[in-house]
Ligand binder design. Structure first.
Ligand SMILES: [Zn+2]
Length: 257
């Protein structure tokens, strides 16, 4: 059987997974940095709303990570979340006083099917690996397609095939630039007893919204998970919603889609 020869990674990148011909991640994640931001949590207007959510159930979930390790997470469900959706939190290890936290928005195509159109799958697995190593929480938020839903996201992919970028496509379908609201995430953190976190993200909107809800946030940047299919998507995130990716992407080859 003839196998397509692998594409060489761009300078500074390494192959994302063994045997993966097209996925790359930045070597050593040189963008990682921490910048603590202290918020006044004493008198936030949403304090009553945030305190209205409680843990509903807790159950152990054995899992196998992509590197083959078998691990366990505690899965939490909640009562009283503001948007009424079935968000869950996964706790790994023994989190410290200001634990590592990833707010991951559901992406069926990326998380489950390994879609190369976005970077959600690699970001999820990066988070699971780090959280299992260090202890911490993954909040898996049911916000498919930046909150517009699965069908609308797939409709937007059709528009992107005609030349729109990811945000222009969403707007053409009548949606905003990013429909995600992290009030429920702040409620989940509060219900878990977390007032201070280290947030794993390259999206400044997440830390900003959490701080508005009185969560004290230090930030750690995710890796840059680029491939020839998602580089246009990553560039749009960097230039239009200020995701911290811009210093890497100019060196990456032009995307295939
Ligand atoms: Zn995705």
């Amino acid at each position: 059987m003839n196998k397509k020869p692998p594409i060489a990674p761009p300078p500074g990148f390494a192959r994302q997974l063994p045997g993966d011909d097209v996925g790359y991640t930045i070597v050593g994640n040189p963008l990682t940095r921490e910048f603590p931001v202290v918020s006044d949590t004493s008198n936030t207007p949403t304090a009553a709303l945030l305190d209205g959510a409680t843990v509903r159930t807790e159950v152990c979930l054995p899992m196998r990570l992509l590197d083959g390790r078998d691990v366990e997470a505690q899965v939490y469900t909640f009562h009283g979340l503001a948007d009424g959706k079935e968000h869950i939190a996964l706790k790994f290890g023994k989190p410290g006083a200001a634990p590592l936290v990833r707010l991951h928005s559901e992406c069926l195509t990326g998380d489950v099917f390994g879609s190369l159109r976005c970077d959600c799958g690699p970001q999820l697995h990066e988070a699971l690996r780090l959280l299992n190593n260090e202890g911490g929480y993954l909040l898996y938020l049911r916000q498919e397609g930046r909150g517009i839903g699965l069908y609308s996201k797939l409709d937007a992919y059709r528009l992107q095939e005609q030349g729109r970028d990811t945000y222009a496509a969403d707007r053409e379908l009548g949606h905003g630039t990013d429909a995600r609201d992290y009030t429920a995430a702040a409620q989940m953190l509060r219900a878990l007893g977390l007032q201070r976190i280290e947030l794993l993200s390259n999206n400044p909107d997440k830390s900003s919204q959490l701080e508005q809800h009185g969560i004290q946030v230090a930030s750690r940047l995710t890796g840059v998970h680029a491939n020839p299919h998602n580089v246009g998507y990553l560039r749009a995130k960097a230039t239009q919603t200020h995701h911290v990716l811009a210093t890497i992407l100019p060196n990456f080859p032009v995307g295939a889609s």
